[in-house]
Design a binder for this molecule. Sequence first.
Ligand code: MOS
Length: 723
Amino acid sequence: MKFDTPATTNPIDQLKVVGKPTDRIDGPLKTTGMAPYAYEQHEAAPNAAYGYVVGATIAKGTIAALDLSKAESAPGVITIVTADTAGKLDKGNFNTAKLLGGPEIEHYHQAIALVVAETLEQARSAAGLIKVRYTKAKGAHDLEAIRTTATRHKDSKDSLVGDFAGAFSAAPVQLDVTYRTPDHAHAMMEPHASIASWEDDQLTLWTANQMIDWGRGDVAKTLGIPKDNVRLISPYIGGGFGGKLFVRADAILAALGSRQAKRPVKVALPRSFMFNNTPHRPATIQRIRIGASKDGKISAIGHENWSGDLAGGGPEDATQQTKFLYAGANRLITTRLAVLDLPEGNAMRAPGEAPGLMALEIAIDEMAEKLGLDPIKFRVINDTQVDPENPARPFSQRQLIKCLHTGADNFGWDKRGAPGKTRDGRWLTGMGVAAAFRNNLTMKSAARVKLDNKGVVTVETDMTDIGTGTYTIIAQTAAEMMGVGLDKVVVKLGDSSFPVSAGSGGQWGANSSTAGVYAACVKLREMIAKSQKFDPAKTTFADGKVTSGRKSIDLGKAAGASGMVAEDFIEFGDLGKTHQQSTFGAHFVEVGVNEVTAEIRIRRMLAVCAAGRILNPKSARSQVIGAMTMGAGAALMEDLVIDKRHGFFVNHDLAGYEVPVHADIPHQEVIFLDETDPMSSPMKAKGVGELGICGVGAAIANAVYNATAVRVRHYPITLDKLL
Ligand code: MOS
C-alpha cells in the first residue's frame, strides 16, 4: 500500500484496542527472565563454543607483530580468529571502522582477535596470552584542538537564509554563546551479543539488533556472501538506544569463529569493552547567536556546530532542530566535521536533536532573560507554523505552544522566582523549561498476517522490540483491524525470514511498523470479505465475526480449514516532503541545589508531548519517562572522559560512566496532547521514544540557573561548575 494522500477515517479510528493503555504482552516473559536474549538461545544453538574478543590497545597505527602461540596451546582453545585467518573482509554499509582490525588499527579497542574455546573462562584466559606489538601513529583525540580543521560533510547542507550577519549586527538585543556537550555512551542493559551457527554456507545469527534487514545486508557484505545465505534472529532485545542499529564485532566475529571452529560460537562484548569498541554519541561544540528586537521577535538566528568522527564517519548534527523550531528571517545554520581518532561515533537516541536542544534551549532561556521576557512567552512569540526556510511548507501538526501552556498550568510555572532567589531550607530551588522537538521519520514496512480456523490472527514481521513495546502496539493494531481481542493475536518479530519492516530506529518504528501491519490487515479483510462474497466496502469486523448486512460468520469459519494469509507493506509517498512532519513537546523541571555543597537534586519533572495518535499510552509513557531519565543523565552525569594522549574513553564501565539510578529520579509526569496526524500514516501516529529526551538537558540546566543564577554551558552540569 502506498501512503501518499492524507489518511481518512479507517478501522483504527474505532479505538477499541488501539489508544488504550495496555500492558505489554511480552511483559510476563520479560519480567520473569523467560524472554531469551541473543546470548541465551541455548536450545537453538546447542554445543556452542565461547568466543572472547581481544581489542587493540592503541588508537591508531598498525600491528607490527601478533604472537598467538601461547594462546593457541592454552587449555580448551579451539581456534583463534584474526585478520590473517579471516580472509577478505569488507566493511558494512553502516560501519565506519572495520569490525575486525589488523594490521591497520583505526581506534582503541577495535577488535583484533577472537579466541574460541570450550568455556568462557578458557577463552578469556587464553586471550590474555596473546602478545601484540604495535607501531603507533599519531592521532587526533581532542575536538577542541582540531575544530578549525573541520569541513562540511558531503551530506550536510548549510542553511543560509537572508542576511544573517547584517541582521545580527543590527539587532538591538544580541546573544553570542558557545556550548559543549560531551561524548555519550548508549550503555544499554543487554550488551552486544551474538550466537553464530553455519549449516554448509548458510549462516544463522542470533544477535541483538534493532534493524534486522540492514544487519542482514551488512553481515553478508562484510563476509562477502549472498544476503540470502544469512538469517538474523532477534526476538527480544535488552535496549539499544541506537547502539544496536548496526551489526557490531560480536556478530561478525561469532560468524568467523563459528566458521573456523565448525560449530556454533557465542560472543558477548564485555561491558568494559563496549564503551570503546562500539559507537557512541559524539561530543559537540555549538556556537549560537540570536538577534532580536526589543519586543522579542527573532530577526537573526545562527547555529554553528562542530563534531568529530573517524575518517569516513558522519557528523553529530546538533543543528537539526534549529532549522525548524523558531521563526526568524535571517538564518545561518551549519555543521562541520573534523577527523578524530576516537572510537566510532554514531546515532544515539535522537541523534542531532538531543545534544542540539541541550544547547539551543539554554540559548533561548538566556535570550529571554536578556529581553526581560518569560521564556515561555519568548518561545510563543517566535513560533512558526511553517518551515522557516521554506514558508510554502506547513507543519502537518505543530502544537508546541499548547505543550508549553499545558505544561506551565500543570507544573505551577507561575510560582517560578527570579534567579537565585527561591529557597527551601538549605536548598536553592528553581524551575526550568525547554521545548522538545524531534522530526518524524517514516520507513517502508511490511508484514504478513495469518488467520487460522480458530480465529487466531498471527502477525509476522522482522520488526524488533528493543524494550519499547512493539509487540503490544502491533497486537493492538491487528486486533483493531480484525475485530478480535488481544487474546486472539499472536505477534512474531525479529526474524529475517519474516517480511522486512521499518525496524527500530529514529523513533519511526511505532508508526511505520504498525502501518505495515495495517496494510497487511486491509488485504486480509478484503480476502475474507471476498471469500464470503461480501462487498468489502460494507463488511465490518467486530467481536470475532465478519459481518455484511444481515450475514455474519465467525472469523475462524471464514478462514476455512487451511486458513488465510495476506502480506503487504506500507510505503510512504511525498507527504513528508510537502509537509514538515515533526513531534513537539515541552519539558518542565524543578531542581534543588544545596547552597553549601552545590549538590543538584531533581525534584520534579513533567513532559507534555504532541506526537500524533498515541497507540498505547502506557508504553508511550514508559518511553517518555525512560527518555526523561536519560536526559537527566545527559544533563548531570554522563561524560565519556577522553584520555587525550592515548585516544580512548577512560571511564569505560558503569562504575565510571554514571547514569541515573532511582535515587536520582523523582516524580515524573507525562501528558500527551490529544492529536492525530493524518499526514503521518493510516495510524495517524508518530513516535515518542526520542522526543522524550529532546530538551530535557536544557530544562534541567535552566532550572539549575533559575535556582543558583549560575549559567553552565558545558555539560554535564556537575557541582564543581557551580562553586
Ligand atoms: Mo535510534 S539513535 O535511531 O536507535
